[in-house]
Design a protein around this ligand. Structure first.
Ligand SMILES: Nc1ncnc2c1ncn2[C@@H]1O[C@H](COP(=O)(O)OP(=O)(O)OP(=O)(O)O)[C@@H](O)[C@H]1O
Ligand SMILES: Nc1ncnc2c1ncn2[C@@H]1O[C@H](COP(=O)(O)OP(=O)(O)OP(=O)(O)O)[C@@H](O)[C@H]1O
Ligand SMILES: [Mg+2]
Ligand SMILES: [Mg+2]
Lengths: 256, 256
């Protein structure tokens, strides 16, 4: 019975995709059957796994706006226990097409029902917005992981994200809960990062993971090779940090 | 007669706000009467100028969705020649409210007509998406500045952005042209940045600015003090780079 986890934050460039890709990869390497759903029209998660997005006949766009099943588009990755439902640029059209559809926030949920018992964990990569694609992801998921860059603007945006989670929880998805706030792009020695981290701990206490994802250029190089960090640079800080995060998230989810 | 410049890129966290804020600040310091229009519901540019966004009675949300004039919300900044039309979280509602409005991509243009001759330069900060807020910004502007992080995903997204600019140019705004591609968050010594820069030069040749905005922690600290880099840390690399960029952009715009 799949645990479904949305990786969400409307702030741009805070490490959603890098976290979704590398965390799901690590968890699949522990032996869990894992699916990544790419809900971002930028298709960065799909690209990160080497999916040729320009050659796709069908993508999450078709799943959300036509009667295409999600099983029609799910494809293998380089990792044995990890599959992906890829995105495509056209997905940006879905937000406008869905606006006037009855039950527009549940379009994804209805399609994921078909496959959710086939996986132990399902991760959803969200775009940098609180529009319909993210609302669909939060309506489908039981858990949210919030990557939070240890810098000023990141904290500013948290109120709005937390309010949105509350609204979805009360109106559309009573199960939804925040399982983890992950400090990302962390530069250990700067005053900025230290102050940001202290603030994050003050507000979010135990939801904040012990693991910080440190800034590591290997994490920014991996996507151009179409593979997750654990295959690209297994001894790097990036790989070590996501391995630790994987263990920590599994432990947190087992308590839920 | 105001030159209107949109700062746009659907990729998150590539330095749109940091560029919009600091470039407009530098240009205003050259003596030009300058306006910043914050079209991002995250309101980061407004926050960066110390605007108390939670205490605003009216914002760009009201300008776009009611008969509020943009002159009703324009407010001073700490810089003599620089004013701002601030944003508010509610602006994310505007994208949905505008979807079914006739001429929905021109909502901003109609409101900016009132003030565009009061300024030499108008900069528009865009959200990380190609939705209606960015489409409105691109329909209003004569020029686009594209900040481009010197990393892999940044280049991936360029095709879609360029196509969007082409579509807007042909259907809604024949004047629109890309005045500059600005390499941002540049870390001089990494292979990743070098390779990204070479690719950017290959595709975009003369549109790429000589000035690279180097990664400099002062740029990430400034927003928490509510002031642009030139006031926060005038001797920092961040301030030097944006000063140079200001001169380069003025020169490029004078040729247009
Ligand atoms: N810990 C890290 N160290 C170094 N680079 C990183 C790290 N995490 C992410 N990056 C790089 O930073 C950029 C932004 O990261 P990423 O794309 O994962 O963020 P995002 O939140 O998914 O962005 P968006 O809002 O556009 O979806 C990318 O170029 C990525 O490769
Ligand atoms: N050259 C730089 N050096 C150091 N930090 C920077 C630099 N440019 C931007 N930053 C920081 O990186 C983060 C992302 O920058 P910024 O918010 O300007 O990007 P953006 O494209 O406007 O993001 P969004 O897509 O969310 O609107 C911010 O925390 C900002 O303070
Ligand atoms: Mg992403
Ligand atoms: Mg911004």
């Amino acid at each position: 019975m799949g645990k479904i986890i949305a990786v969400a934050n409307q702030k741009g460039g805070c490490g959603k995709t890098t976290t979704c890709v590398n965390l799901s990869a690590v968890i699949s390497s522990f032996g869990y059957k894992t699916l990544v759903i790419d809900m971002d029209p930028q298709a960065n998660a799909s690209i990160h796994f080497g999916v040729g997005i320009h050659r796709l006949e069908l993508s999450m766009y078709d799943v959300l706006t036509s009667n295409t099943k999600i099983s029609n588009i799910i494809t293998k990755t380089q990792l044995e226990n990890l599959e992906i439902a890829p995105s495509h640029i056209n997905l940006s059209g879905a937000e406008i097409e869905l606006v006037n559809i009855i039950g527009r926030e549940r379009a994804l949920l209805e399609k994921v029902e078909e496959v959710k018992n086939d996986y132990d964990y399902i991760f959803i990569d969200c775009p940098p917005s609180l529009g319909l694609l993210t609302l669909n992801s939060l309506t489908t998921a039981q858990f949210v992981i919030i990557p939070l860059q240890t810098e000023f603007f990141a904290l500013e945006g948290m109120d709005k994200l937390l309010k949105t989670v509350e609204i979805i929880k009360s109106k559309l998805n009573h199960e939804l809960s925040i399982v983890a706030i992950v400090p990302t792009l962390y530069v250990e020695k700067t005053k900025l990062a230290q102050e940001a981290l202290e603030k994050i701990f003050l507000y979010f206490k135990d939801s904040v993971t012990r693991t910080r994802i440190r800034r590591n250029v290997k994490l920014a190089e991996a996507p151009s090779h179409g593979i997750p960090i654990m295959l690209y640079a297994p001894k790097s800080y990036g790989a070590i940090d996501y391995e630790r995060l994987g263990e920590e998230i599994i432990a947190k989810l087992k308590k839920e």
